[in-house]
Design a protein around this ligand. Structure first.
Ligand code: PHE
Length: 437
């Protein structure tokens, strides 16, 4: 039998931990360049529209499944309905198992860059490429990152996850504000601000909307069962929609703050904003090398990237650990250590994908890209579709009664939520999935 379940200790426990999960590499590393490539303010407006409607509906679906069942993803579906539905939970756990290894590799890079920024007075151009292709060095930092993740999750829901997110997230805000001030006071920064914030609707195409949708769902951590797992620790007295809106609001705020750090600096230093994925890891170190006080800002920047990655990684690990504890009677201690070791080993081929194993490809993708593709383009959307359909067609109308405290009637907009889950969100996610091929 499963051990007694912890609940979040404080009222804001879920919000803090779920925001920690949502705010990750997706916000800081990905959002600014995707927004930059897709019409700046126009993209941001579309993104916000999507995340607060479709994103909100799927987020709330996951949260409801978790709180109503008080179980981890697979057990949750078995408890609430059974039949073939636990497969949806299985897709989520599988996604966690595939994502954590390569997410931890990138988390390791962020650790490595903090270390590099401390050691080198000027972050030399090209040093990033040297680092990730080095061979054993990225594996060492991947091990460190995974160990930190394990260290937090092993301490439990309250003393580990809730406590650390409560320390790390506010720290993130403070450092980000320092960095924004530095970035927007560089001369020429206004061009970057305009690029990031001024809407350019001429750049908006169907592809833009697809990009916004896929960014939105990844960024709020839906599809994997993180919100089922974290939702299972929410007490009955809480109402869910308010918490969901807070988490999504915080996640969007951090994405915009990240853009305010990165794009003004990129423009001020005459760099290319459409550099894509290398924007954070290659372009920024070059910029830090040139501005006064660059070393300290480089350290601060890679610290925020590390922290954001870490609070997301713990939520991914928690999905697996909660599953092992609910379904296979593992203690938290044993489950966390075993999962950490296995997923560390699974990440080694991904870590080598940028160096010695760069030529090892399947379907034209490296091992890293393949894991990323399989999990984020296939498993996460499939999981999100399953969870939304479950609320819309199977767990309705009970789902509505589970949104608020047992003695409070469902909100008036609950039927709108139902149809978002039943038809609109699944159809649009499917459209994005097809676009991914
Ligand atoms: N939301 C995280 C990010 O922005 C990634 C993530 C996805 C974490 C799914 C957990 C589950 O980086």
């Amino acid at each position: 039998m499963a051990q007694t379940r912890e609940n979040w200790r404080s009222r804001s426990g879920f919000i803090i931990a779920a925001a920690g999960s949502a705010v990750g590499l997706g916000n800081i590393w990905r959002f600014p360049y995707v927004a930059g490539e897709n019409g700046g303010g126009a993209f941001i407006a579309i993104y916000l529209g999507i995340v607060f409607t479709l994103g909100f509906s799927v987020f709330l679906a996951e949260q409801t499944i978790g709180r109503a069942s008080k179980r981890s993803p697979i057990a949750a579906f078995r408890t609430l309905r059974g039949g073939a539905w636990p497969i949806v939970g299985f897709i989520g756990v599988l996604a966690a198992v595939v994502i954590l290894p390569f997410y931890s590799v990138v988390g390791g890079w962020t650790f490595g860059f903090v270390w590099k920024s401390i050691l080198t007075t000027t972050a030399e151009a090209g040093s990033f490429g040297n680092f990730i292709s080095h061979g054993w060095l990225p594996i060492l930092f991947h091990a460190l990152f995974m160990s930190a993740t394990v260290g937090i999750v092993i301490a439990g829901v309250n003393s580990g996850i809730e406590r650390w997110c409560r320390i790390l997230l506010p720290g993130l805000v403070v450092i980000m504000i320092v960095l924004i001030i530095r970035s927007i006071t560089l001369s020429g920064a206004e061009k970057g601000l305009a690029f990031f914030l001024q809407p350019d609707f001429s750049k908006v195409t169907m592809a833009t909307i697809q990009a916004a949708l896929s960014q939105a769902f990844f960024s709020i951590s839906v599809g994997m069962g993180v919100m089922i797992t974290y939702g299972s620790y929410i007490a009955r007295e809480r109402s869910l929609p308010g918490d969901a809106a807070c988490v999504i609001g915080l996640d969007s705020l951090f994405a915009i703050l990240a853009g305010l750090i990165i794009l003004p600096a990129v423009f001020a230093m005459g760099q290319n904003p459409s550099a894509g994925p290398v924007l954070t890891f290659v372009t920024l170190p070059k910029i830090f090398a040139e501005i006064s006080g660059g070393t300290i800002f480089a350290i601060l920047f890679f610290v925020i990237l590390s922290v954001a990655a870490l609070t997301s990684a713990i939520s991914i690990l928690e999905v697996v650990v909660a599953h092992l504890s609910d379904e296979h009677d593992f203690s938290r201690h044993k489950g966390t250590i075993a999962t950490g070791i296995i997923l560390f080993l699974a990440g080694i081929p991904a870590a080598l994908s940028f160096g010695p194993w760069a030529d090892v490809t399947l379907f034209g993708m490296t091992i890293f890209d393949l894991m990323d593709f399989f999990a984020t383009k296939l498993l996460l959307p499939a999981g999100a579709i399953g969870m939304a359909l479950f609320i819309g067609w199977v767990f309705w109308p009970t789902a509505a009664d589970n949104l608020n405290r047992p003695d409070v009637s469902p909100p008036k907009w609950a039927p709108v939520w139902r149809w978002m889950c039943a038809i609109i969100s699944p159809a649009l996610i499917l459209w994005v999935m097809i676009g991914g091929f």
